[in-house]
Every structure is written in C-alpha cells, then in structure tokens.
Design a binder for this molecule. Structure first.
Ligand SMILES: [Zn+2]
Length: 320
C-alpha cells in the first residue's frame, strides 16, 4: 500500500468519525427541541439571524447594515442561551463543538498533521502491515525457541535478541539485517514481528516479496502491465519508506536486471540512511555469484548477517 493510499484511508475514517460526532449534536438538538419548544423558537431565530448576517457580509452590504444585523444576532444568541439555562441545560449545549480543539477537526495545524489525525494515519499503517503478514500472530512473544534443536537454541536466541533490539531501538539501529537459511525456519515470521513493532511506532514499513518487487520494477522501468505512473509511486516507496523488508530473495529467476534493481534499492537506501531487512535462502557467500561483487560487499559491510538453522517449523507443526 502506498503512502497516498494510507493517507486516503486514514482521511476517510477520520471524516467519518467527525461526522458521527457532529451527528450527536444534531440528535441532542432534536431531543431538546421536542421537550422545549421555546428553545427551538429561540434557536431558529438565532440561526436565521446568523444567516442574514453572513449573507450581508458576503453581499458587501454597508457597515451600518452589518452592524445592525450583528447586534440582532447577538441578541438572538443570548436569548437562546438564557432559554437553555432556564431549562437547566448548559448554555452552549446546542453548539457544534469540534472533537479536537487544536485543529478544529481539519486534521492539520497550519501545514503540520495534528496529533488527532496522526493517530488515524498510524492505525492505517498498522492495518496495511497486518494485511501483508502471514497469520496475524507474529509477535516476539510468539516466537518459540522450542522448535529449534537444542544445539541451535543459543544461536537462535541470539538472533531473536538482535531482532528484538533492532525493532525496539529502530531509530538508533546502525546496521541492516540479512536473514538467510532454508525455508520454514522462521525468517519471515521474525521479519513480520519486527515490521509490527516498527509500524506501531509510527514508521512507514513496506513489506514485499522480491518477486513482487521485480514485477513493480519491470512495470515502472518498461511500462509493462499497465500505466507507468501506477508503478512509479509503488517503486518509489521501496526507497522512501522508513523500513523496507524484502522477503524471499533468491526465489526469483535471476539475471542482470534483477541484480541491478536489487543494487539500486539497497544502495539507494544505504545512501539515505534508511533501514532494510532481507530474508533469503541465499548463503551470503553465494551473493557474489548470483548478484555480483557490489551487492556481496554491501551486504557484508552494512548488514548484520544471521543464519537460521534447524528443522522446518511448518513441517514440525503439521506433525504435532
Ligand atoms: Zn486535531
């Protein structure tokens, strides 16, 4: 999901909640009016005085006319407030009040995103990650070392600790992560645990299989499969997001194009100081042969390289 889609979804839910909140005022008014017709009369008078005043301002009426209408409006408003107090209500009971006094429900304070709207954006980010994750229960607490043979459990505990530290101190992480090993050893699961924690902190996370990254790259660079613009934004996300997780590197048909795209992404992200996690079935020593010396040296130099060992966890679970 692109940042734009995330923002759009967040905006949709934000406005829906604002509307629901405003609807409460409408319902409150109806309730008060049904029991107190005198309040309705005063309310209608104030509303029509307000419209007359606004119309006069918009029409460019003379200052005297506007002033007279303003006085009339203020009188009608205080009449409305007096009727409410007499009936035992708060004087501003019928006023529309924003949910957020900082941004008055616009979502922005000047050009900055207001904290009330930021919450919606973060929630959307969490949702967009969750939809990509495998089972939805990926969390460090659910990562069980009991699936690994005894002789490997210390080694795997260290990997778990490094991953946990990377996620918890994402802002301070100086290296990237390269997970390698046979399928079914928990690489994707552990990447997903990290994705969840980092996204919960409000960072943008993109999680994609390398084959799907290559499809986007081909779409963007060669205009295949549809419009170029659709792919441009998606492709740029691989560079712009705070954390990119490339899953399943090595499962694609490799050629010089896959190598050049991989290098472009890894190198671009290193240059801008953005973090990347790669999970792969390729032993890092085999990277040279498959993707070339430049990628090989980037991975060894800038990534914490960790090998997953043990027996296929999916198969173990199936036999339980
Ligand atoms: Zn706000």
């Amino acid at each position: 999901m692109t940042n734009e889609q995330i923002l759009e979804n967040a905006k949709y839910r934000y406005e829906k909640d604002n509307d629901a909140f405003a609807e409460q005022t409408v319902e409150r008014r109806a309730f008060v009016f049904s029991a107190h017709p005198e309040i309705k009369t005063a309310f209608d008078a104030a509303e029509s005085a307000s419209s007359a005043l606004l119309r006069a301002c918009a029409d460019g009426s003379s200052g005297g006319t506007i002033e007279a209408l303003r006085v009339k409006y203020n009188l009608a408003l205080s009449e409305q407030r007096s009727r409410l107090i007499e009936a035992g209500f708060a004087p501003d009971l019928l006023d529309f009040k924003p949910r957020c006094s900082l941004c008055r429900d616009t979502g922005y304070v000047n050009t900055a995103v207001c904290s009330c709207f930021e919450g919606y954006i973060q929630e959307e980010r969490r949702r967009s990650i969750s939809s990509l994750l495998v089972t939805g229960n990926e969390s460090f607490d659910n990562f069980s070392l009991s699936f690994y043979p005894n002789e490997y459990s210390d080694h795997m505990a260290t990997i778990l600790e490094v991953a946990r530290h990377f996620a918890n101190d994402f802002e301070g992480a100086s290296k990237n992560l390269y997970f390698f090993g046979a399928p079914g050893l928990g690489k994707t699961f552990l990447s997903a645990c990290i994705a969840r924690v980092v996204a919960n902190k409000g960072f943008s996370v993109v999680y994609d299989g390398f084959i799907s990254i290559m499809t986007v790259a081909e779409g963007y660079k060669f205009g295949r499969f549809g419009s170029l613009a659709d792919y441009r934004e998606q492709y740029e996300q691989y560079f712009d997001c705070d954390l990119l997780i490339i899953d399943d590197l090595g499962s694609e048909m490799s050629n010089s194009f896959t190598a050049s795209v991989l290098y472009e992404i890894i190198n671009g992200r290193l240059l801008s100081g953005k973090k990347t996690i790669i999970s792969s079935n390729i032993d890092p020593d085999g990277l040279d042969e498959r993707y070339g010396a430049k990628i090989h040296s980037r991975i060894w130099g800038e990534f914490v390289v960790m090998g997953f060992v043990g027996e296929d966890i999916r198969a173990q679970k199936k036999n339980m």
